[in-house]
Write a protein that binds this ligand. Structure first.
Ligand SMILES: NC(=O)c1ccc[n+]([C@@H]2O[C@H](COP(=O)([O-])OP(=O)(O)OC[C@H]3O[C@@H](n4cnc5c(N)ncnc54)[C@H](O)[C@@H]3O)[C@@H](O)[C@H]2O)c1
Length: 325
């Protein structure tokens, strides 16, 4: 079986579905702090906390685990600057607990949810995997620290891992079973859709004087179902010994500006909403775009569902199904 920590969360739930579709048997491990019980949908699930080693040892004892996908973590950049201790606790110590339990139980294969935030402010775009990593917030720092811990566990204990550095995950399941439901929500596409449906009064643009064609920041949006497929492909090549332990970017290699996203939301929803232009936020790089050649070469994977309008349409469908707050 495949243990999926954080399998009741946004990206984890889509990946659990993709694992099942590929004939693999996932078991979810989640403390439901930001995940949703309604996302379990009949998958075996264990309620536990990665910060608690005995929970991990129990789940490894109960199920016969062959590999692990590790999504569980805290993922809010601004919150991480306010409470770094809780980010170190969950993202680093929790991760080390997982590595300890895997070692104890002889489980060697691990796919980790890393992030483009480990690069910090890029010196060049598209960003290749060997770009210097200089995170500028505790979120990126704790993710990088765990990436490094995996490298040492690989050398010392034979851990085989892929560190998947996602760019901006977005969109929702085509069947409408799962979607983005974070609280608080900090991601642009759901924020703009919430403004379109009337759940919030406006959407803000932070900075309109960046050195980009329309002055707003550019990000690489990757459909969550594309991400899910990459995890299944990554796990398969890793377990078959066809790839070495390393980091891979997951993005499209292109990007859209904040204004382009807002226009797409207006186009797809057919609704207008208030947009407020405010000052830049400290630490927002003008562009974050992935170099995606390595994932293509090693996994035979590229994003196929990540056209902006398609992403927005799938997220809109999901939002309209979920009850208003
Ligand atoms: N969403 C993005 O754009 C993005 C980008 C880059 C990286 N990531 C990473 O991907 C992973 C998943 O992100 P997401 O957007 O699905 O977030 P999410 O909050 O929806 O999912 C995280 C899941 O982990 C669980 N969890 C949190 N702390 C836990 C703990 N201590 N023990 C057990 N379970 C715990 C939560 O309940 C939730 O189900 C995170 O590690 C995040 O850092 C996300």
């Amino acid at each position: 079986m495949i243990l999926v920590t954080g399998g009741a969360g946004y990206i984890g739930s889509h990946t659990v579905k993709a694992l099942k579709a590929s004939g693999l048997s996932p078991v979810i491990f989640d403390n439901f702090s930001t995940g949703h019980r309604s996302f379990i949908k009949g998958t075996p699930a264990f309620e536990g906390d990665v910060c608690n080693s005995s929970d991990l040892e129990q789940v490894f004892g109960e199920y016969s685990i062959d590999g692990v996908l590790h999504f569980a973590g805290k993922a809010l950049v601004a919150e991480s600057a306010e409470m770094p201790e809780s980010y170190y606790q969950t993202n680093l110590i929790g991760g080390l607990n997982l590595l300890g339990a895997m070692k104890k139980c002889g489980v060697r294969f691990l796919i980790f949810s890393s992030t483009c935030a480990t690069y910090g402010v890029p010196e060049r775009v598209p960003i290749p995997e060997d770009h210097p990593q200089n995170p500028i917030n505790p979120y990126g720092e704790t993710k990088l620290a765990f990436e490094r811990a995996m490298r040492w566990f690989h050398k010392a204990h034979g851990l085989e891992y892929l560190s998947l550095r996602y760019f901006n995950a977005a969109g929702a399941d085509a069947d409408g079973e799962f979607g983005e439901d974070h609280n608080p929500e900090t991601h642009l596409i759901p924020l703009a859709l919430q403004a379109a449906i009337g759940h919030r009064a406006e959407v803000q643009i932070f900075g309109t004087d960046y050195p980009t064609p329309d002055g707003t920041c550019i990000r690489d949006y990757i459909h969550v179902s594309d991400l899910a497929r990459a995890h299944v492909a990554g796990l398969q090549v890793l377990m078959e010994g066809r790839v070495q332990s390393q980091a891979l970017n997951l993005g499209t290699g292109g990007g859209y500006s904040v204004r382009e996203v807002i226009e797409s939301v207006r186009r797809i929803t057919g609704r207008d909403f208030a947009v407020r232009e405010t000052a830049r936020r400290p630490g927002d790089p003008p562009q974050l775009v992935a170099s995606v050649n390595r994932a293509k070469d090693l996994l035979g994977w590229t994003a196929v569902e990540s056209d902006l309008d398609k992403i927005v349409a799938s997220a809109w469908k999901w939002l309209q199904r979920t009850p208003s707050p």
